[in-house]
Design a protein around this ligand. Structure first.
Ligand code: HEC
Length: 440
C-alpha cells in the first residue's frame, strides 16, 4: 500500500516538480523516498569448476538502505544475496531496499578453458602413391593427449571418426585431431610421387626409309632409368612391351617409355628419306652464242642441253621463274646465272658468259679504209654531217649513208675531193651485201 502511494507521489513529484511537495496524506505529493538514495550492489563470484558445470556462484551485498531483497536476471526476489548453481554466463543482480529503491550490478562467470595445458599429438604412417600421378596414397593417424574419443580431418573442417585417409595423391597434408572437448592438434605429412626425381631416358637405333616416300623405316627404342620393365608407345598410341616400331616413313616420331611405376620419358626421333640428289651430277652442257655488237637488241643466246639427274628438266636464268625450255635468246653480252633442275629438284647452277662476237673481216676492211680516208673530217671533234667514224657502231649504223655517199656519190661524193678507187669502194659494197654487220 505504501508502495503505491509512493509511486503516485513520484508521479506528482515529476508532474509538479516546481509546484510543491507530496506530503503524507496532506493532499499534496509525498517526497520521493529514493531521492538522494543510491543503492550499490557489490559481491564476489565463483566460476564453474569445469566447462558445462553449473557449480558457479555469485554472492552480493547491497548498501543504501535496509531490508534488501535480491533477484537474479529479473527473476524472483529473495532475501539472500547468494546465488548458486550457476553456469558460465553474464548475470545481473538487482537489490531493492525496503523503500523500493533499487540498484544493480553485473557479473560474469567463466568456465575454465578445457584445452588449457592440453596437448594433442597426432602421429601416423603414410603410404605413397604407387604410380606416377597416382591417387592410391594413404595416411593413417592416431591421436594422444586430451580426452577421447577423437575425430580426424584433412581440411580442418570436415571431421571423421577414423584416422585413415585413402585415395590420396602425392603432396603435403595436414591432419588435425579433435578431442571430446574440441581441443585440436595437427601434424603435417607429405606423400611423394614415385616418379619424383626419376628420369627415364629413351634412346633408339633408327633405320631410314630406303627411298623417297617408302615406309620401311623403323625405330628401335630402349629406355634407362626408373624401374623396369618398360613399355613403349609411338606418339599417342597404346603402350606395348617392345620398343620396336616399323613400317615408318620419313618424319619425326616421339617415343614414350613407361616404367613399372608409371614414370615416363619421351624422346623424338627423325627418319629421313635418302637425299634424291646425293651423287647426282647434272651438267647443263649449254651452247652459247655471242652477242653481235652494235645491234639494237641482244643477239646472244644460251641453249642448255643437260645430262645427269632425271628429266624432264626446268630452267631458270638470273633468278627468273623455272621454265620448261632451256633456250634463252635475245641476250646481250655479259654473265648469266643458269640453274637447271631435274624432277627430283636436284639443281645445278652455272655462271655462263655471253661474249661479244668478234669483228668480221669485211667490216674490218671497211673500218680500215674509213680510218684512212674519212676520219679527218668525221671524228669526235670534227663530225661533219653529224658523222663520227671513230666509233665502230657509227660506221655500222650509218652504212647506208656511207654507201650512198662514198660509192654512189649521191648527191655528191665522199670524200668531197673525189671517189675512192674502185677496189676500195668494192669493200664497202661487199660488206653491205654480206649484211653490213659488225661481225660480217
Ligand atoms: C675533206 C673532208 C671530208 C672527207 C675526207 C670526207 N667527208 Fe664526208 N662530209 C664532209 C662534209 C663537209 C660533209 C657535210 C656536207 C655534206 O653532207 O655534203 C660530209 C658529210 C658526210 C656524210 C653525211 C651526209 C649524208 O649524206 O648522210 C657522210 C655519210 C659522209 N660524209 C661520209 C664520208 C665518207 C664515207 C668518207 C670517206 C670515204 C668521207 N665522208 C670523207 C667532209 C668530208
Amino acid at each position: 500500500m505504501r508502495k503505491i502511494i509512493y509511486s503516485i507521489c513520484f508521479l506528482f513529484a515529476v508532474s509538479f516538480l516546481i509546484a510543491g511537495s507530496c506530503g503524507k496524506g496532506g493532499g499534496s505529493p509525498a517526497p520521493n523516498p529514493c531521492s538522494g538514495i543510491t543503492v550499490s550492489v557489490s559481491g564476489s563470484t565463483t566460476n564453474p569448476s569445469a566447462p558445462g558445470a553449473t557449480n558457479g556462484s555469485i554472492s552480493v551485498t547491497a548498501s543504501g538502505g535496509s531490508g534488501f531483497t535480491y533477484s537474479l536476471n529479473g527473476g524472483a526476489s529473495q532475501a539472500s544475496g547468494n546465488f548458486t548453481g550457476l553456469g558460465a554466463g553474464s548475470f545481473t543482480i538487482t537489490a531493492k531496499n525496503s523503500n523500493g529503491c533499487s540498484g544493480t550490478a553485473s557479473f560474469t562467470l567463466t568456465a575454465p578453458n578445457p584445452c588449457a595445458g592440453v596437448t594433442i599429438t597426432v602421429t601416423g604412417s603414410t603410404g605413397n602413391p604407387t604410380t606416377g600421378g597416382g591417387n592410391n596414397g594413404s595416411i593413417n593417424v592416431t591421436a594422444t593427449g586430451g580426452t577421447g574419443p577423437f575425430t580426424y580431418s584433412r581440411d580442418g573442417v570436415n571431421f571423421q571418426s577414423a584416422g585413415l585417409f585413402t585415395n590420396l595423391t602425392a603432396g603435403p597434408y595436414t591432419i588435425t585431431a579433435k578431442d571430446a572437448n574440441g581441443c585440436t592438434g595437427s601434424t603435417n605429412f607429405n606423400l611423394t610421387d614415385p616418379c619424383t626425381g626419376v628420369t627415364i631416358n629413351v634412346t633408339a637405333v633408327t633405320t631410314n626409309p630406303t627411298s623417297a616416300g617408302a615406309t620401311n623405316g623403323s625405330i628401335n627404342a630402349s629406355a634407362s632409368g626408373g624401374t623396369g620393365p618398360f613399355q613403349y608407345r609411338l606418339g599417342t598410341g597404346t603402350f606395348q612391351a617392345g620398343g620396336t616400331f616399323s613400317s615408318l616413313g620419313a618424319g619425326t616420331y616421339s617415343v614414350t617409355a613407361r616404367d613399372a611405376n608409371g614414370c615416363t620419358g619421351t624422346a623424338n626421333f627423325t627418319l629421313s628419306d635418302p637425299n634424291p640428289c646425293a651423287g647426282v651430277v647434272i651438267n647443263h652442257n649449254s651452247t652459247v652464242t655471242g652477242h653481235i655488237p652494235c645491234s639494237a637488241a641482244g643477239t646472244g643466246s644460251i641453249v642448255a642441253n643437260p645430262t645427269g639427274g632425271t628429266g624432264p628438266y626446268t630452267y631458270s636464268l638470273n633468278g627468273g621463274g623455272f621454265q620448261p625450255s632451256g633456250i634463252f635468246n635475245n641476250l646481250t653480252a655479259g654473265n648469266y646465272n643458269l640453274v637447271v633442275r631435274d624432277v627430283n629438284t636436284c639443281n645445278t647452277a652455272a655462271s655462263i658468259n655471253i661474249p661479244n662476237r668478234p669483228q668480221g673481216p669485211l667490216f674490218t676492211a671497211v673500218k680500215a679504209l674509213i680510218q684512212a680516208n674519212c676520219v679527218t673530217c668525221h671524228s669526235a671533234s670534227n663530225a661533219n654531217g653529224g658523222m663520227n667514224f671513230e666509233v665502230d657502231c657509227n660506221i655500222v649504223n650509218n652504212r647506208d649513208r656511207i654507201q650512198i655517199r662514198a660509192v654512189n656519190a649521191n648527191p655528191s661524193s665522199m670524200p668531197p675531193t673525189g671517189l675512192l678507187p674502185p677496189s676500195e669502194r668494192q669493200k664497202i659494197v661487199d660488206w653491205i651485201n654480206a649484211g653490213g654487220k659488225y661481225t660480217d
